[in-house]
Design a protein around this ligand. Structure first.
Ligand code: MF3
Ligand code: CO
Length: 255
């Protein structure tokens, strides 16, 4: 079912979104060599729970064991935080987090370099963020889900990268995953039509190499099939008559 949110529901999602944005800014600022992904997960969980009524959305969702997904290098999404995964200079780290307040969720992700990385790696991150921005710019009441996917795909593929097809963005609200699905590829003027008050998570996953992915034996971690680097950026947005309103903005100074 596709739901349109009330003002009260949007207020709760906005609060959850601010917590999510601040969590990502905090985790990004601590992503340095020597820090483990479990350290970052503990930091994020404590930070989320320090906000009145806020809880991590992922913990327990489909049996997922942590607050964050932390995906390194060729890991696309759903990497499980571990004390054995210690960040090293030159890594790229994708961090995905959700928070729930008053029964309503927000969801966002970013990819950050750990220390200096080569210009080609910087370019992958910048392009994936630009692909997300293009997808968001395609949102307004009356637009269609295909308009979003087309905009995202064009930015990523024009830069010579590929877009993951197996995982998609989604509606979000009182359930973490709601309809409609929001693919990061598609054709203009196709798919579900957006209505003012719908809330969706747009989340391009862009690979430096080929688009194919596989899932590791831990049943969670999705990696690129060819071992190439992957980046992931995500925002939760509200559809309005004249565009999208981002609910998961980060405090200034983090991308
Ligand atoms: N952030 C992911 C998404 O957007 C959800 C992680 S699912 C979990 O769909 F189960 F790993 F939490
Ligand atoms: Co999501």
């Amino acid at each position: 079912m596709i739901t349109v949110k009330s003002a009260r529901e949007l207020e709760l999602m906005g609060r959850a979104g601010r917590v999510v944005g601040a969590t990502l800014a905090l985790v990004a600022s601590r992503a340095r060599p020597g820090v483990s992904t479990a350290d970052l997960d503990a930091l994020a969980e404590e930070f989320i729970r320090s906000h009145d009524g806020a809880t991590p959305s992922f913990k327990g969702l489909y049996g997922y064991p942590a607050t964050l997904c932390t995906s390194l290098n060729d890991e696309v999404v759903h990497g499980i935080p571990s004390p054995r995964r210690v960040l090293r200079e030159g890594d790229v780290l994708s961090v995905d987090v959700g928070a729930c307040i008053g029964g309503f969720h927000a969801d966002s992700a970013l990819t950050v370099p750990v220390g200096p990385v080569p210009p080609a790696t910087e370019a992958l991150l910048r392009t994936t963020d630009a692909a997300l921005a293009a997808g968001i710019a395609a949102v307004r009441a009356g637009a269609q889900v295909g308009d979003i996917g087309h905009a995202v795909q064009q930015v990523a593929e024009d830069a010579g990268y590929s877009v993951v097809r197996e995982l998609v963005g989604h509606g979000i609200g009182s359930a973490f995953h709601e309809e409609p699905q929001v693919p990061n590829f598609g054709a203009p003027r196709k798919g579900v039509r957006l209505l003012a008050g719908m809330t969706i998570a747009i989340e391009p996953m862009v690979n430096a190499g080929r688009r194919e992915v596989r899932t590791l034996p831990d049943k969670w971690t999705v990696v690129t099939a060819d071992g190439s680097l992957s980046a992931h950026f995500e925002h939760t947005v509200v559809v309005t008559d004249d565009g999208a309103r981002i609910l998961t903005r980060r405090p200034a100074s983090t991308s």
